[in-house]
Design a protein around this ligand. Structure first.
Ligand SMILES: Nc1ncnc2c1ncn2[C@@H]1O[C@H](COP(=O)(O)OP(=O)(O)OP(=O)(O)O)[C@@H](O)[C@H]1O
Ligand SMILES: [Mg+2]
Length: 377
C-alpha cells in the first residue's frame, strides 16, 4: 500500500505564529506614527460624548498611509467607550450612488427596507423617519469618497445629509476619506460651507517609520528568528520607494512567508522577499488592466516613458497624442490610477506656481510594458 501523502514524516518548519496579522482587514491594536492624526480625528468626535454635534472631517493622504485603518480604530474606540455614537463604514468603490448609500444608511438606522424596488426618494424619507427616532448619534464614514462625490448624484447625497442636520436639527457626523487632496474643491459652495470640515492630512511614511510598522506587525505574525537579517529593512525601503505605502510592505512579508512555507525553509530569506515583490507586480497588473480603458492605458504608457513627471507636463504630452481628454477627466484618471496602486502621485510644492502632482509608476516599467504588449496580441 503506498504511503498516504499526508502521512509523510517530513519535518515541517513553522514560519507564521499568526499570519492573519498580515491580512489587509486586520485591525492592529496600535498604529505607530499615527498618534497625531488619530488624536486630531478623535478630537472632532469628542463633542458626541456630551451629546453634542461632532465636527465633520475630511481625511486625505496617499494610498497605504493608514487612513482607513486609523479611522476604523478611532470609531471602534469611540463605540467601545460610549453608547452614544454608532458608526457606519461605507466603501464608496462598492456603494457609489446616492441610492446605494441611502439604502445602507436606512438599514443602519433601523428601517428594514428591501435592496430593490424602492425609489431613491422613498428610501430617503424612510431613512429620515427612522433617523429622527434613533437613540444614538450616527457617524457616516465615506471611504474612497471621491468615487461618490465626483458624481452629481453623490454630491446630492452629501447635500441631503447636511440638510438633515440643519433643518431637522439631527446630530450626525460625516467623515470623508480619499487620496484626492482636492476632494472638496468640486463641491457646490453651499455644501462646502455646511460641511465645513476639519481637514486631516496623512503624510507618506518615511522609511524609518515603515520599518517600525513592519517590525511591530512581524513580531505578532512570525515565529521568533525566522526573518533573515535585513528582510524588514528591504521591505520598508521598497514600500518607501513606492510612495511610502505600508500596504506594500505588509503584503510582501505575507507573500515571502508563504513562499518560505512552500519551500519548507526554516527562514524567510531576501530571495523570497524579492520573489514576493515580483509576484505582487504581476498580480496587480493582471487585476488592474482589464478595468482600464484604452485611454487610461495610453496615459499609463506615457507615464512609463518618464522617470517621474509633473501632472501639467504629462497633460501637455498627452494632448499632443491623437486622444483628447478634458483636464477634469484627465485628473480623475490620475486619481483612479493612483487608487489602483499603479502610480504614485503626491502633491509637491513647485515654486512659484503652488502645488502640483508628481507622477511616477509604482510597478517596474518592464513588467508594465510586457503586460500591455501581451494584451495587444
Ligand atoms: N501606522 C500603522 N501601523 C500599523 N499598520 C498600518 C499603519 N498604517 C497603515 N497600516 C497598515 O497598512 C495597510 C494600509 O493601510 P490603510 O488601508 O489604512 O491605508 P489607506 O491610507 O486607507 O490607503 P488607501 O488610500 O489605498 O485606501 C493596512 O494593512 C494597515 O493595517
Ligand atoms: Mg483606505
Amino acid at each position: 500500500m503506498p504511503e498516504n501523502i499526508f502521512s509523510r514524516k517530513k519535518k515541517i518548519h513553522e514560519i507564521f505564529r499568526d499570519e492573519r496579522v498580515l491580512y489587509p482587514e486586520f485591525l492592529p491594536e496600535s498604529l505607530p506614527h499615527r498618534e497625531k492624526e488619530i488624536e486630531a480625528l478623535s478630537f472632532c468626535f469628542k463633542p458626541v460624548l456630551l451629546g453634542k454635534k461632532p465636527v465633520n472631517a475630511v481625511v486625505v493622504g496617499s494610498p497605504g498611509t493608514g487612513k482607513t485603518v486609523s479611522s476604523k480604530f478611532v470609531f471602534s474606540q469611540l463605540e467601545e467607550f460610549s453608547g452614544r455614537a454608532k458608526s457606519l463604514y461605507v466603501n464608496c468603490f462598492e456603494f457609489s450612488s446616492r441610492n446605494a448609500v441611502l439604502f445602507l444608511l436606512a438599514n443602519f438606522v433601523g428601517a428594514a427596507i428591501p435592496r430593490r424596488g424602492l425609489a431613491t426618494d422613498e428610501i430617503y424619507s424612510r431613512m429620515l423617519e427612522h433617523l429622527k427616532k434613533a437613540d444614538f448619534i450616527p457617524i457616516i464614514v465615506l471611504d474612497e469618497a471621491d468615487q461618490l462625490i465626483s458624481k452629481e448624484d453623490g454630491s446630492k447625497l452629501l447635500y441631503d445629509l447636511l440638510r438633515v442636520t440643519e433643518t431637522e436639527k439631527i446630530l450626525l457626523g460625516l467623515v470623508l476619506i480619499s487620496n484626492d487632496f482636492d476632494l472638496t474643491s468640486s463641491l457646490d459652495s453651499r455644501v462646502k460651507s455646511s460641511l465645513s470640515p476639519e481637514s486631516i492630512v496623512f503624510e507618506k511614511y518615511y522609511p524609518a517609520e515603515l520599518k517600525d510598522i513592519l517590525n511591530e506587525r512581524a513580531e505578532f505574525a512570525f515565529m521568533d528568528n525566522v526573518l533573515e537579517k535585513d528582510v524588514i529593512n528591504v521591505a520598508a525601503a521598497h514600500s518607501a520607494k513606492l510612495g511610502g505605502d505600508a500596504r506594500i510592505g505588509i503584503e510582501s512579508l505575507l507573500k515571502a512567508g508563504r513562499i518560505a512555507e512552500k519551500e519548507n525553509s526554516d527562514k524567510v530569506s531576501l530571495v523570497y522577499l524579492r520573489q514576493a515583490f515580483s509576484s505582487m507586480d504581476s498580480a496587480l497588473l493582471s487585476k488592474a488592466l482589464p478595468f482600464l480603458s484604452e485611454q487610461e492605458k495610453i496615459i499609463l504608457e506615457l507615464i512609463s516613458s518618464f522617470n517621474g513627471v509633473f501632472s501639467g507636463k504629462l497633460y501637455e504630452k498627452y494632448s499632443k497624442t491623437k486622444e483628447h481628454l478634458e483636464l477634469r477627466s484627465f485628473r480623475s484618471t490620475i486619481s483612479k490610477l493612483e487608487s489602483m496602486n499603479l502610480i504614485s502621485a503626491p502633491l509637491i510644492e513647485v515654486k512659484p506656481k503652488g502645488k502640483s502632482k508628481f507622477i511616477s509608476l509604482k510597478i517596474p516599467k518592464e513588467a508594465l510594458q510586457k503586460f500591455l504588449k501581451e494584451k495587444v496580441k
